[in-house]
Design a binder for this molecule. Structure first.
Ligand code: ADP
Ligand code: MG
Ligand code: MG
Length: 204
């Protein structure tokens, strides 16, 4: 899982494609347990991300991910903008001045991103948020000596699906209490797409 600049760009472009395809689905999930804007927030944010990074020539990974973070922080409202923004900012910082990252370094960056989400949002695993996908995925990549991309994809998918049975303790869905049970968390669904896109890009 060596991360080069070309691969990082491809990851973001693939994620954007998946977000645009799943925009209505993400919106439906957020209509059920939130305010119905998660698809729109993500679609608008990542369209801007692609507009910014696609034509730019980067020398380092941190410059690329910093642009991703800043675009999300400035263009995406709601909880998800600052949370994904923080994740990519921490990833950027972890990869400071590197033009490519070996697996160890990349995994360190993903761990830093997860810690950023948790520091910013104060959610723990089980609270029915994006953390319910991020944390097991980061645990998996940290603990395996060989990362199987299909397993990574399956794990992220399974953890997304498991949020359906949880009661939301954070974010807007928590206002519904027990009525939040029965719907997949929208941010967990978009996080699944992020890691599915990652697996896709590294499989090529
Ligand atoms: P908003 O809820 O402000 O409308 P979005 O709809 O774009 O923002 O994003 C909602 C998603 O953000 C939720 O599904 C959840 O995964 C995530 N989220 C909300 N609050 C938190 C938090 N405190 N920590 C982690 N993730 C959170
Ligand atoms: Mg919302
Ligand atoms: Mg909102």
């Amino acid at each position: 899982m060596k991360l080069t600049i070309a691969r990082a760009k491809e990851w973001m472009l693939t994620f954007n494609q998946r977000i645009q395809e799943e925009k209505d689905h993400l919106t439906e999930l957020d209509q059920a347990i939130g305010d119905g804007d998660h698809g729109l927030n993500m679609a608008r944010g990542f369209q801007e991300v692609v507009k910014k990074i696609e034509p730019t020539n980067y020398d380092t990974l941190d410059a690329l991910f910093k642009d991703v973070a800043m675009t999300l922080i400035s263009k995406v409202g709601g909880a998800s903008g600052p949370l994904y923004g923080t994740a990519f900012l921490r990833l950027s910082t972890a990869l400071k001045a590197e033009s490519e990252a070996n697996r160890e370094k990349f995994v360190e960056g993903l761990k830093a991103a997860l810690d950023g989400i948790k520091a910013r949002g104060k959610a723990h695993r089980g609270d029915k948020t994006m953390v319910d996908v991020w944390e097991p995925v980061v645990d998996y990549v940290q603990s395996q000596s060989t990362i199987h991309l299909s397993q990574l994809n399956e794990l992220a998918k399974e953890k997304m699906e498991e949020t359906k049975d949880l009661e939301a303790k954070m974010g807007r869905a928590s206002y519904l209490g027990k009525r939040s049970i029965g719907t997949i968390d929208p941010g967990a669904a978009s996080s699944y797409l992020l890691f599915a896109s990652l697996a896709d890009c590294f499989q090529k």
